[in-house]
Design a protein around this ligand. Structure first.
Ligand code: FES
Ligand code: MG
Length: 573
């Protein structure tokens, strides 16, 4: 179908006879536009998460200009909307607290303004799910422009991955292997250009998921942020969105159950971040698609890990890009993908992947030589996590995947930080470190505390990994035998709240189990003695958050935002 100008949503604002439309036209003259520049043209909102504080998005101000260039060329009318920036590095306690706020802002801006189609600019961790969640609820034609990875880091002869190598060298410093001089040099080289983290961390995982879902142009997600190709991709996205509006190809046609299954297969085969589990469940919920933890475990058993990228593997996103990027990668998974579904660029994923090639078999492995035989994430069950928990077993130590040890419990992260290095705790390599009150509600915001630090005195003995369990998340650039996302969380009285130091805990990844070896009767006794912790917020956004946030296994969306449903369309007259 071809949408005629008077069928555009924005026509209600600009094109009708009444006083209001007259006022909207007069105010557009005030903006400096001629009638011919916008009347009857698709209005494209460019939602930009650029900010001076966000190093991952600092180039997006210029990229918005490239998008506009494309929109104008195609006969559309671009308007840029600044939206909240979620900087993984700077925003405390964690941008996860604000993912749903950006999703709300995205949805409501698109609904309340004269917008026919949207281009979304973002990429730092939570930005991608937030923008896609909001846009899915608004359900206009939409293209996502991923921010792109930063250039590889360098230090002396080493190539550095942001995040991953920060953790590694910080541990080296704590173990006394490097000093302040080395650290000062590392500070210069870890992150050397605009763009999001260039390992297969949360940002790269989620932008790849967006591309696999079909909401970006093909190959968009791995283009380095500062590559000229990134500008060209932004301009091409501007050209494309106008066409999508003319075809009335809304996001709901793209974000189908099949698309979400393919996105899950993609992130698992990438060995991507555990955060993707939460975000994809939440994104799917906005599309009316029920995605569960069990879907992840089922699909993980069917797909191998083919991307040799840090933190699980060796290379960085720039290598992945030149090895063929996501089109090349997906061409090696085509037997598990749904190839007949549409994307924003092609009628079918099959057409989109036609001609896609892999140029480096060590970066993107052939099926005969996977990095791991199964997808990177396993879902655990047991009396400690009745609603599930996850572990990125490809980033864990093989000798700890089946382990029983005594618990050492920390009630919150500050206590942990303060006491972990105290030799009086007498921790051994066999201990299971337990952190609680770090979940969605208790964190609050489920901070990325899940890679609990190893005690300094054990580091010095050469211990680099221990079993660690929590209701927190873990950075996508982290690694180690860390059980995450325990649901329900301890703050709301999940069984994690009942663990005591010295209790025996068994992790058995092969049988997908996490058990607290304490008799049920004893747990019941502890439960009746348990009292809920004090509320975190008495005013402000935190109150809404505390009332509405759902648990990790259902995606941590706000209950009133999850799922499709009717929202009144504004009357523009
Ligand atoms: Fe923005 Fe890592 S800090 S992606
Ligand atoms: Mg991160």
């Amino acid at each position: 179908m071809t949408v005629r100008p008077e069928q555009l949503r924005s026509h209600q604002w600009y094109g009708t006879e009444g006083l209001r439309a007259f006022s909207h036209r007069a105010r557009t003259r005030q903006l400096g536009y001629l009638p011919d520049e916008h009347l009857g043209k698709p209005v494209i909102a460019i939602l930009n998460t650029w900010s001076d504080i966000n190093p991952c998005h600092v180039h997006l101000r210029e990229r918005a200009q490239a998008v506009k260039r494309g929109v104008w060329q195609a006969g559309g009318f671009p308007l840029e909307f600044p939206v909240a920036t979620l900087s993984e590095t700077f925003q405390k306690p964690t941008p996860m607290l604000y993912r749903n706020l950006l999703a709300m802002e995205t949805e409501e801006l698109l609904r309340s303004y004269p917008v026919d189609g949207a281009v979304l600019l973002g990429g730092c961790d939570k930005s991608t799910p937030a923008l896609v969640m909001g846009a899915a609820s608004a359900d206009l034609p939409t293209v996502f422009v991923p921010a792109g990875p930063m250039l590889p880091g360098h230090w002396r002869a080493e190539v550095l991955g942001s995040g991953t190598d920060m953790w590694k060298y910080w541990d080296d410093k704590r173990a006394g292997l490097i000093g302040d001089c080395e650290l000062a040099e590392l500070e210069q080289g870890l992150a050397r250009s605009p763009g999001h983290c260039m390992t297969m961390g949360t940002a790269s995982t989620l932008t790849a998921a967006a591309e696999a879902l079909g909401v970006t142009l093909p190959g968009a997600s791995s283009i380095p942020a500062v590559d000229s190709g990134h500008d060209r991709m932004a301009a091409a996205s501007g050209l494309r969105i106008v066409e999508l509006v003319r075809q009335d190809l809304r996001l709901s046609r793209i974000l189908t159950a099949e698309a979400y299954e393919d996105a899950v297969a993609t992130v698992l085969a990438l060995g991507g971040s555990t955060n993707a589990v939460i975000h994809l469940i939440a994104m799917a919920g906005r599309s009316g698609v029920r995605l569960t933890l069990d879907d992840f475990d089922r699909i993980a058993r069917a797909v191998p890990v083919l991307a040799n990228l840090r933190p699980g593997g060796r290379y960085l996103m720039e290598d992945f890009h030149f090895a063929g990027g996501l089109p090349g990668f997906l061409s090696r998974l085509s037997d598990v993908l749904h190839l007949d579904r549409p994307t924003v660029a092609y009628d079918t994923l099959r057409e989109q992947l036609a001609g896609a090639l892999v140029h480096n078999d060590d970066v993107i492995r052939p099926r005969s030589r996977p990095l791991a035989g199964e997808g990177g994430v396993a879902v655990l069950r047991g009396n400690l996590c009745p609603d599930g928990a996850v572990i990125k077993h490809i980033a864990a130590s093989p000798h700890l995947l089946e382990h029983t040890g005594p618990a050492m419990v920390f009630d919150d992260y500050r206590t942990l930080q303060r006491t972990i290095d105290d030799p009086a705790l007498a921790l051994t390599r066999d201990h299971v470190l337990v952190l609680r009150n770090a979940g969605p509600k208790g964190g609050p915001g489920m901070p990325e505390y899940g890679m609990l630090p190893i005690p300094g005195y054990l580091l010095k003995q050469g211990v680099r990994d221990m079993v660690r369990i929590s209701d927190a998340r873990m950075s996508g650039t982290s690694y180690g035998t860390c059980v995450l996302h325990i649901a329900p969380e301890s703050y709301v009285g999940g069984p994690l709240a009942l663990v005591r130091t010295g209790d025996s805990i068994t992790l058995d990844v092969a049988s997908r189990s996490l058990q607290l070896n304490v008799p049920d009767g004893e747990l019941e006794k502890r439960r009746s003695a348990w009292t809920a912790p004090p509320v975190r917020y008495e005013r402000g956004y935190g109150v809404l958050y505390g009332e509405q946030i759902t648990q990790a296994d259902t995606g941590c969306d706000f209950a009133f935002l999850a799922g499709p449903g009717k929202a009144a369309d504004p009357y523009a007259g």
